[in-house]
Design a protein around this ligand. Structure first.
Ligand code: NI
Length: 134
């Protein structure tokens, strides 16, 4: 069985490689390589897999997941420039794929190992990443 907690955050980014010219960055990353950055409204779904606790009837108290997302994701990334404000992306291109891996790693460290974890990240309504550690 799986349960899900959903959250949103807004952040700016620029996709580029320092070792490529502006022209090459623009041809590979398009609008997402705008030198003055641009924003996305990200939606995150955090899916926890486990069994129903016979004492509480919960798989996990979703308040715990809500607080975890707030501490590890929203306080860290919401209303930030991912490239400039967030050390996680100082040397990592902030694509939705890389953001998903970073978020999964942060949550995994805080979650009891008895639970499975997968996340789904919407960069736009039509671009969606799923990551479960592989
Ligand atoms: Ni973008």
């Amino acid at each position: 069985m799986k349960v899900c907690r959903r959250a949103t955050f807004n952040a700016a980014h620029r996709l580029y490689r320092k070792d490529w010219s502006d022209e090459k960055n623009l041809s590979i990353f398009g609008k997402c390589s705008n030198p003055n950055f641009h924003g996305h409204n990200y939606t995150l779904e955090v899916w926890i897999e486990g069994e129903i606790d016979q004492e509480t009837g919960y798989l996990i108290d979703l308040k715990i997941v809500k607080d975890l997302i707030n501490e590890e994701v929203q306080e860290r990334f919401d209303h930030r420039n991912l490239n400039l404000d967030c050390p996680e992306f100082a040397n990592l291109n902030p694509t939705a794929e890389n953001i998903a891996v970073v978020i999964w790693d942060l949550l995994r460290k805080r979650l009891d190992p008895k639970y499975g974890l997968s996340i789904k990240l919407w960069e736009t309504q039509n671009n969606i990443i799923v990551y479960d550690g592989k």
